[in-house]
Design a protein around this ligand. Structure first.
Ligand code: GDP
Length: 640
């Protein structure tokens, strides 16, 4: 039978039949070609399959060509042909992705429904929509000045927790705990204070949704209260004020409100936007209301997550346990973590062997806003590290290794992050609109004076379309770790006036590449800020070697004095310069070049390949073969 005749029989056009012939492996046919019985059988078989394949399929969007082919009931080679017809070239093991799967199905007339799976999320092929998101519990940090009652409030809340009652009390500390109320759940970060909050932020992890600022009604705003406020502002986290110790006879909540208003926390009843609550951690007064307000605020903030995604979270604490091995205290922020999941956590990785909540209860699955303990990491993680479920052991290893290398490279580059000079470059390029400053001084008086000068400078700079000064934090006393962390996460420079730097802070500043500028004169500090704002900061001076001379002979010219007969071997030698003497590859002396002679005459400078006599003040121990290196101060950043 000829092709066109067979087409008639099949009730399709001859053109369509020729196409089918190709797909069915009966190639090279024209309208009038003859078809053998065997060939006609193959065509019929193919068409039967096509019909079957007409049924809708469910795809995860992650299938390979081969897998899609078997879902469609069509051979892989045919699918490859179909794909090439629509301009997609792929081989049997290639993943097509949801878009191409849709195109393919459209082309062969099959409808496809996409199902989102953990794998499709991991591979990035699932597209999340609002429908996938469900509300999650707010995560709260309690901050405030020491002794204002943070721990007492947290303890009270913990004791009133339904779950805690059920299990007696919290059996293990995992950095955070969940409080279950009838109206919903809240996660409290267990360590009060802004240190953990800022430390996490400095590592790039934002864990807190809401901050409860505790201020004692009898003491009012104190140093750490202000610090906490500034940390919250810098992080853009909403604050609920709990005026504590309201049970005390000398409690004066109105005075606290007034003080806090000056820091921008204005109570609602005064026309502001901050919720204030009078509470007592001892009697429990208004703590229930505090929890309700947290839930309400969480609701208004529309805190949502997708529990179907593979789990993601932040490490709250990490340590090595004798029996359990490396332990991760994790706050799951999105998705769900399940036993058996492979994960990457900073530079480490592993397979979830077991998970426990704060009551020691084993978990099989942990959704968004769940604090828990995870076992199974291959080494100890670091607090603030991001935890992420991945597809396979191979992926986990590969990503962790990549992270390790990236961190190493970043460490080598760390120095370049935050010097005043860098910020100034950005000002010149017009990319920096705001110079963020953390100011530490020795007294309130000097602080006020500097603050008002900075305000004036800022105003003047804005008028000239320059960047403004944003004083993100002011404090008294030496530069602390907390200041460095705040600077690191806010891209700020630290200015100190008449104060020192804690040794821990000094180390941390090196790690984060944060510049700390300290001054003895207010004038110098203000000048530096002014110059920075104007993009005219004097470039820093650095020492560079400008020449070297080789000692050829030593002359004693007095009991305790000698000069060296030298040959300038490199660059030039300049009188009064700083010099270093190198002997057998080691520095043996550092000082100043006090006399320079050419023949009998004193000269200012001697250049390469010239003989000269060199005297160095305080040094008379020249030896033949010594190298005298000459240094000059030059301005760094002349390319600015
Ligand atoms: P933290 O340093 O902010 O964690 O403060 P603590 O929770 O340790 O409290 C410091 C002191 O204040 C303790 O002696 C508490 O008993 C006391 N305290 C805390 N809250 C209240 C309160 O609401 N009323 C009274 N009278 N004392 C409180």
């Amino acid at each position: 039978m000829r092709v066109y005749q067979f087409a008639k029989q099949l009730k399709i056009t001859a053109k369509e039949l020729i196409e089918i012939c190709e797909n069915a492996g009966v190639s090279g046919k024209t309208y009038v070609s003859g078809l053998k019985d065997q060939e006609m059988a193959a065509i019929k078989e193919y068409m039967k399959k096509r019909k079957l394949a007409g049924k809708p399929i469910v795809s995860t969007g992650t299938e390979t060509v081969g897998e899609i082919a078997s879902k469609l009931g069509i051979s892989a080679s045919e699918i490859i042909k179909n794909l090439s017809d629509i301009g997609i070239s792929a081989s049997i093991n290639d993943r097509l992705g949801p878009e191409n799967i849709k195109k393919l199905c459209d082309a062969i007339g099959v409808s496809v429904e996409f199902k989102k799976t953990r794998e499709s999320y991991i591979l990035g092929t699932a597209i999340e929509t609002d429908k996938d998101l469900v509300p999650r519990a707010p995560v709260v940090t309690v901050m405030g000045h020491v002794d204002h009652g943070k721990t007492t409030i947290l303890d009270y809340i913990r004791k009133s927790n339904v779950a805690a009652k059920e299990f007696g009390q919290i059996t293990q500390k995992i950095g955070a705990y969940k409080v279950n109320l009838n109206e919903g759940s809240i996660v409290f970060i267990d360590t009060p204070g802004h240190e953990i909050f800022t430390a996490m932020r400095a590592r790039g992890a934002q864990i807190t949704d809401i901050v409860v600022l505790v201020v004692a009604a009898d003491e009012g705003v104190k140093l750490q209260t202000v610090e906490a406020i500034n940390h919250c502002k810098a992080a853009g986290v909403p604050v609920i004020v709990a005026i504590n110790k309201i049970d005390k006879p000398n409690a004066n909540p109105e005075a606290v409100k007034k003080q806090l208003s000056e820091y921008g926390l204005v109570p609602e009843e005064w026309g502001g936007q901050t919720v204030f609550l009078n509470v007592s951690g001892v009697t429990g007064a208004n703590i229930k209301e505090l929890l309700e307000i947290i839930l309400l605020m969480g609701e208004m903030m529309e805190l949502k997550a997708n529990p179907e995604r593979p789990g993601e979270g932040v490490v709250l604490e990490a340590y090595l346990h004798k029996q359990k091995g490396p332990v991760i205290d994790l706050l799951v922020q999105n998705g769900s973590v399940r036993t058996g999941d492979y994960f990457v956590c900073g530079e480490t990785w592993g397979k979830v062997r077991a998970m426990f909540d704060e009551n020691g209860q084993k978990l099989e699955k942990a959704g968004p806003s769940t604090p828990m303990e995870v076992l199974g990491a291959s080494s100890v993680a670091v607090p603030g590290d991001i935890f992420k479920v991945v597809n396979s052991e191979a992926d986990a290893r590969r990503i962790a290794e990549g992270k390790k290398q990236a961190n190493k490279a970043a460490q080598e580059r760390v120095q370049k992050v935050l010097t005043l000079e860098d910020l100034q470059k950005q000002i010149i390029q017009g990319t920096l609109k705001e110079l963020k400053i953390i100011l530490k001084t020795d007294s309130i008086g000097s602080q006020e004076a500097i603050k008002s000068s900075l305000e004036k400078l800022s105003q003047a700079s804005i008028e000239k379309q320059g960047p403004s000064v944003n004083l993100i934090h002011c404090g008294l006393g030496s530069v602390s770790e907390s200041d460095i962390l705040l600077a690191a996460c806010s891209q700020a420079v630290i200015f100190g006036y008449n104060i020192g730097i804690d040794s821990k802070a000094e180390n941390l500043s090196k790690q984060h590449g944060i510049e700390i500028k300290t001054y003895r004169l207010v004038y110098d500090l203000i000048e530096d800020v002014k110059n920075t704002l104007e993009g005219m900061m004097k470039p820093q001076e650095i020492e560079v070697m400008v020449g070297q001379a080789l000692v050829k002979q030593v002359f004693k010219i007095g009991r305790n004095q000698s000069v060296a007969g030298c040959l300038v071997v490199d660059g030039k030698v300049i009188r009064d310069s700083k010099v270093k003497i190198v002997r057998n590859g080691k520095f043996v002396f550092e000082g100043y070049l006090s006399s320079l002679k050419r023949f009998k005459n004193s000269v200012k400078e001697v250049t390469t390949n010239t003989e000269c006599g060199i005297g160095i003040s305080g040094f008379n121990d020249f030896q033949q073969g010594d190298i005298i290196q000459v240094y000059q101060k030059v301005q760094k950043g002349a390319d600015v």
